[in-house]
Ligand binder design. Structure first.
Ligand code: COA
Length: 374
């Protein structure tokens, strides 16, 4: 009998064709819907990026206005979802768990009909409302109703803080959401495709994807990268601090990647967005410190781990950018989900078009002839 080749983490297994995004880890390239990340992310609204993934073309101004309106009309949460968030906040569950539970309850929304397009609109539109409402409730504050006059990103910030964000803040968040909107067949996207491939519904696929994203090996922990910068505090301390960590065999958070062997192109885009944003808000000290820490870290990683090509990853500047926008560390992963749900839903549409059930095989290594005693 032929021994099957086992790929326990499915590395190198190509399980789908996609027009949504392409990751080349050797040259550090990320293409989103045909556009290089660095030309798309800082220049379009999040609504336009979602439309691009759903329709394989950027919208003209009329189509964008219509799409934006369709999303804005679905931002309100069903009363039962709000009640659930109150309960979750009272029990102090994490923001990711609250988002997962509330996302499942979106099926109660009257606009959610089981039609995948309607459900996808509801999911994308509702995520910011869920996260902002939960966060305010957990701080003992009342949720703020969505404002349909604001764009997706600006409205999220307004619902969190109660204040209309500056142009620079809204743009900074928009660039972040676009940067993380899709990234090949990562674990959560694959999860969504598996679920929808059984002819299950869009809300189920999105809830499953949230479950996969929550794990620290995927959604990541940009928080510790920022903690490291804060602990270093002053640039002169960077070398000694980082050297000490490496001598103790510890990992530097925000560096290294399974696929990227050069600087993660998302780090590039987020660094530029963070620079613009910190510049506009007049707080360049933290940005300069982070830049210096990055330079020292990359240099020391080359010294301690020669040949490993350990470069800055997406988490490092995510932390800096989201912190600059006033987001607490616990909201970093839920905010990632607010962007990535655009990609999950687009992958579900693609998977539905193939009509193919995803169903790999396992190699049986158990006993074969066990007998019951009587
Ligand atoms: N700091 C120090 N050393 C690192 C490192 C880091 N950030 N990332 C990898 N290495 C070292 C490993 O210790 C290992 O060295 P060794 O062979 O001497 O033992 C070598 O580089 C290869 O590491 P490996 O774990 O095989 O790489 P991977 O591809 O599985 O790891 C990550 C990818 C992201 C898990 C890893 O780089 C890491 O832990 N980074 C820090 C956490 C982080 O930033 N996570 C967010 C990712 S987006």
């Amino acid at each position: 009998m032929l021994t099957p080749t086992i790929k326990p983490g499915l590395e190198g297994v190509v399980a789908a064709e996609t027009r949504l995004s392409h990751v080349d880890g050797q040259v550090g390239e990320l293409i989103i819907g045909g556009y290089p990340l660095e030309t798309l992310a800082p220049n379009v609204t999040f609504e336009a990026a979602v439309y691009l993934l759903w329709h394989d073309a950027l919208p003209d101004s009329a189509a964008l206005a219509e799409f934006r309106q369709a999303l804005a009309a679905r931002r309100e949460l069903p009363p039962a979802t709000l009640a659930l968030l109150r309960e979750a906040a009272a029990r102090k569950v994490t923001a990711m768990d609250a988002l997962r539970m509330a996302a499942a309850s979106l099926s109660l929304n009257t606009a959610t009909t089981g039609d995948p397009r309607q459900d996808a609109l509801t999911a994308v539109a509702s995520f910011p409302t869920i996260v902002a409402a939960f966060w305010r409730l957990r701080q003992g504050q009342e949720p703020i109703a969505p404002n349909p006059a604001l764009g997706h990103a600006a409205n999220y910030l307004a619902m969190l803080t109660g204040q209309r964000p500056s142009e620079a803040q809204a743009r900074g968040l928009e660039t972040y959401l676009n940067t993380v909107i899709d990234h090949g067949l990562n674990a959560s996207t694959f999860t969504a495709r598996v679920i929808i491939s059984t002819q299950s519904d869009m809300i189920s696929a999105v809830v499953g994807a949230l479950g996969a994203l929550k794990g620290p090996l995927h959604g990541g922990a940009p928080g510790p990268a920022l903690d490291m910068v804060f602990e270093i505090g002053q640039l002169e301390q960077a070398e000694a601090y980082l050297r000490d960590k490496l001598e103790r065999g510890e990992r530097l958070m925000g560096f290294g990647h399974r696929i990227y062997k050069v600087r993660d192109p998302r780090a590039e885009v987020l660094a530029a967005a963070a620079e613009q944003f910190y510049h506009a808000d007049g707080n360049m000290a933290l940005y300069r410190l982070a830049q210096g820490v990055e330079r020292a870290a990359v240099r020391l990683l080359a010294e301690y781990k020669p040949g490993r090509n350990l470069q800055t990853n997406v988490e490092f500047y995510t932390a800096l950018l989201l912190h600059g926008l006033g987001l607490p560390g616990e909201l970093f992963t839920p905010t990632f989900a607010i962007g990535r749900v655009g990609g999950w839903t687009a992958h579900c549409f693609e998977q539905q078009q193939t009509g193919r059930l995803i169903r790999p095989a396992a190699a049986y290594i158990g006993e074969r002839n066990r007998r019951l005693l009587n």
